[in-house]
Design a protein around this ligand. Structure first.
Ligand code: DQA
Length: 148
């Protein structure tokens, strides 16, 4: 079975209540249920967690070495400035996919820059919950075709 680690960054625990016009009305629990449903269909094991602090995200990325074959990560606001998360993704040498619910390129200018995207295989942004689901399909393809 393929093993994929899904990491949600800060403030995503507030989904459902937080700016629904930007992020949609799904709660994080509903998004995680969708991820788990698709993972089951794809015969994939997923581990999912959400963290508000940068250090916890770093620990979660480091721990991927022991288990995951691919990381699907929404670093949320840290996307735009966390060199530490960028370095952690690079350090673990696992393929990573950057996810955003909203289209960060169509929003405020400070959101256009991602310091984490360059160390990811690619970025999926703007499709709401489907961004995560597309991320799982991408992870499956990466593991199937590129995993050594
Ligand atoms: C986000 C976009 C970020 O700019 C923002 O800080 C978030 C969520 C998204 O999923 O659209 O918290 O990563």
């Amino acid at each position: 079975m393929m093993r994929v680690r899904v990491i949600h960054g800060p403030n995503l625990n507030l989904l459902g209540k937080r700016d629904p016009e930007v992020y949609g009305s799904h709660t994080l629990e509903q998004i995680n249920a969708e991820i788990e449903r698709l993972a089951g269909e794809l015969d994939m094991e997923v581990q999912i967690s959400q963290h508000n602090s940068e250090g916890e995200i770093l620990d979660a990325i480091h721990a991927c070495c022991d288990w995951a074959q691919c990381i699907v990560i929404n670093p949320a606001a840290y996307t735009h400035y966390s060199i530490a998360i960028c370095d952690a993704i690079k350090a673990v040498r696992l393929p990573a996919i950057e996810i955003h619910l909203s289209n960060i390129h169509a929003r405020e200018e400070f959101r256009h820059r991602s310091v984490t995207a360059p160390v990811c295989v690619g970025q999926i942004a703007g499709f709401g919950v489907s961004s995560y689901l597309l991320g799982l399909y991408a992870a499956r393809d990466i593991i199937a075709k590129r995993w050594r």
